[in-house]
Design a binder for this molecule. Structure first.
Ligand SMILES: [Zn+2]
Length: 276
């Protein structure tokens, strides 16, 4: 038991020393907030991989996975143009096992899970009649969330709130003090996937994803102003049936105004990369 206590103490100290970090390099978008990351990165990646596989399996069973090959190719093309520019923000993204899949659905939604696991629902493109620039705005924003590891950050703060740092240290250690028992990982996977989708992004995370997403789209040669038209289309939809995207991305007129101001900053960058 004493060993477990020592382990917990060492774990807490290591969190305090290494758990506070900024996940991305400083760039034009000036996003460099220090983040508290209690959940280890590899664990967030594991959870993401498991959750993603489950979503794809279910879509496949329903005959809804990558049905429209022209749409899939288009979405993958835009996504890879963005992914090719992510090295500006992090050194490790070229090693990520990026995946882009399209699920046939009325839902207006898209997400990028930790480690680059992207899903775009066909409703996003079809219902909003999204242009490539607008598609890049959504996917760029979602990729920015993954680059900043906002999912891992949300899971970390939820875990702290629920069980405290000490509780989490115990959760990660079993009785003989060995690190990360298999059962703990399995519990974590179930909890992590739920937390990823249940918790909305904070306003600060949204601002970061907006700013970094705009820079990313401009770097990839897409018009950053498309973020403004895209959000207007989302807002117009919310009168009839609110897009699912808005449940994790609360929108308002201020946000659109902020996007307009920010997007103008990247006009020059966009022009430089437009015809590359
Ligand atoms: Zn967002």
């Amino acid at each position: 038991m004493k060993y477990v206590k020592n382990f917990n103490l060492a774990f807490i100290i290591s969190i305090l020393l290494f758990g506070c970090t900024s996940t991305t390099k400083k760039s034009d978008s000036d996003v460099d907030r220090i983040q508290l990351m209690i959940l280890p990165e590899f664990m967030a990646m594991d959870m993401s991989q498991n959750g993603y596989t489950e979503i794809l399996d279910n879509a496949k069973k329903d005959g809804a996975l990558n049905v429209d090959t022209i749409l899939v190719e288009r979405i993958r093309g835009v996504s890879y143009n963005l992914i090719n520019q992510t090295y500006i923000f992090r050194d490790d993204t070229q090693d990520w096992n990026w995946e882009i899949n399209v699920i046939e659905s009325e839902s207006i939604n898209a997400f990028c899970m930790p480690g680059g696991k992207i899903v775009v629902y066909s409703g996003l493109v079809n219902k909003l009649d999204a242009t490539d620039d607008e598609l890049a705005a959504v996917i760029g924003h979602e990729i920015a969330h993954a680059l900043r590891e906002h999912g891992r950050e949300r899971m970390s703060s939820a875990l702290i709130q629920q069980v405290g740092i000490l509780g989490f240290a115990i959760f990660l250690s079993n009785q003989d003090g060995s690190f990360l028992s298999k059962q703990a990982v399995l519990q974590g996977v179930a909890l992590g996937t739920t937390l990823f989708f249940a918790l909305p992004n904070s306003r600060e995370q949204e601002r970061e994803a907006d700013d970094m997403g705009l820079e990313l789209t401009a770097l990839a040669g897409y018009n950053p102003m498309a973020a403004v038209s895209l959000w207007r289309k989302m807002d117009a939809q919310s009168d009839s049936e609110p897009p699912e995207f808005l449940s994790t991305h609360p929108s308002n007129e201020n946000r659109i105004e902020d996007l307009k101001i920010e997007a103008k900053k990247y006009k020059k960058l966009y022009k430089e990369h437009q015809n590359k």
